[in-house]
Design a protein around this ligand. Structure first.
Ligand SMILES: [Zn+2]
Length: 329
């Protein structure tokens, strides 16, 4: 993802509909979520190597993700398309969509998403020679996907036991992190980040491929959700487009005892996959993202460097995020 460096001017718009969930602040029942399992899914992705678009590791990881999601009982579809990348070339995109819809359910769905690609360049490295290798992407990519795979496993168990849950689609976006590298001197293009979600959102809003009855109540995006010192502020666009859901999610985090991760601070606008979902489809989508304005770049020191590896993944953080998201289903 990319941070908007422009200063935010003007008031934050709040979406004015009724609160979607209970307002209670009392402790709530802890949902099933296994952090060891989520951790192993993060590690398995990192073990493929950097999942840069068009690489062998990217393809192998995509195949593995589809296998896992099918094994958990999801109906999996691959959305393919082409987008223009930072260099003006056509970029092949493969979004992975896993659907869990309990039989007979007419409810609107919840959309959960993360990106499974990793950035092709460590362009935040001080050392010039290291900038041309792929980011290991343990946090930036694999952490969100790891949490969602464990959620998929839990939904599969519920589905098998005929336990109720909200119909849920898990979308693993491709090519989120291929935005113009810092060292690129060619023509600067707009909208070079989040190519997979741009494709998905455009297809949802204007395309003919998706079923007409595909309706979402809201969405949650996970990005960089594994660091031991993770701080998730209320991200600017999330507040602008999906404030009721931000409030609900942050309140659930408090009630589950995970308030140390979910900060009341408002962040800068962050160009992440949820931006395109919000602006193109109108589905209100919240980004849970590790951002800390006290840092130089606003992101952790390992961000877009060779250091974004398993040393910065903590089971407690995965557990906190997993429980909060599971509570919404
Ligand atoms: Zn990134």
């Amino acid at each position: 993802m990319n941070k908007w460096i422009t200063l935010v001017v003007g008031a934050v718009l709040c979406v004015g509909c009724s609160a979607p969930f209970s307002q209670s602040k009392s402790p709530m029942t802890r949902p099933s979520f296994n952090a060891d399992s989520a951790y192993s899914y993060v590690s398995a992705q990192v073990n493929f190597g950097p999942r840069m678009p068009d690489s062998k590791a990217h393809t192998e990881c995509a195949v593995w993700l589809v296998q896992q999601l099918k094994r958990f009982g999801a109906e999996v579809t691959l959305q393919q398309g082409r987008m223009i990348n930072y260099a003006g070339h056509e970029q092949q995109i493969y979004n992975i969509i896993a659907s869990f819809v309990p039989q007979g359910s007419q409810e609107e769905r919840i959309l959960l998403a993360a990106h499974y690609d990793s950035r092709p360049w460590c362009d935040e490295e001080d050392e010039y020679s290291q900038r041309f290798q792929g980011v290991p992407g343990a946090n930036d990519g694999a952490s969100g996907v790891g949490v969602l795979l464990e959620i998929a496993r839990q939904l599969g168990i519920k589905q098998a036991n005929n336990e109720p849950f909200t119909p849920t689609d898990i979308v693993l976006f491709d090519c989120e992190d291929m935005g113009t590298p810092a060292f690129y001197t060619g023509q600067q293009r707009e909208n070079t980040w989040c190519l997979g979600s741009q494709l998905w959102a455009r297809e949802y809003a204007y395309g003919t491929e998706m079923p007409l009855d595909l309706k979402y109540r809201f969405g949650v995006l996970l990005d960089m959700v594994g660091a031991p010192d993770a701080v998730f502020p209320k991200e600017y666009y999330s507040v602008q487009f999906a404030n009721d859901y931000v409030e609900t999610i942050w309140r659930i985090a408090q009630r589950l005892g995970h308030g140390r991760y979910f900060s009341a601070a408002l962040s800068y606008p962050i160009t992440d996959d949820h931006y395109y979902v919000n602006t193109t489809t109108g589905i209100p989508m919240v980004d849970i993202i590790h951002y800390d304005a006290r840092g130089n770049a606003g992101f952790a020191s390992w961000w877009h460097t060779t250091e974004d590896d398993m040393r910065h993944i903590d089971r407690n953080t995965l557990q906190a995020v997993g429980e909060v998201v599971m509570s919404l289903l």
